[in-house]
Unconditional design. Sequence first.
Length: 166
Amino acid sequence: MLQTACSIFTPVPLFELVKASGTAASTLITVGPSKAKDTVYHIHPIFGKVCIEFNPQSQAVEILPAVQSELRLHQIESRIYEAGTAPSTCEIWLNYVAYVEWDIPPFTNDYKTYLTSTTLTLRTSTGKVLSKSSYALDPVYGMGKWSSTRSKVAPVITALLTGFEN
């Protein structure tokens, strides 16, 4: 016996599948994992506070709150100073360079900055390097482009303090 059936094809489910796939791919590319790289670590005593030298050349305005939040997670107090204005009691210094670029995030129409790279260096008051670590956006795929500055800086802070890149 031959059975006939009526099949109705609607583009709406297909459109929804394409949208969902695009969203998943966009999320993977824009909010990817961050890693520390090029870490140099010299064994040094544990410390509980650090002075951060403000870098007026950096346009990454979100970097300092992110760095301070991550330092707090490691039970390290921090304070930001303009060059030459810190008290002589600052024994450990954190210097940074950070670079940003502008682009339009997915599903928006407005330009926004995102952190493309940063290098953090811990030094003694005499200038001896204790540790140094960096983050750089994947130049090919841009994995993590729209991740928060804090999520990009977190593994760098951990590497600075422990010597281990995750």
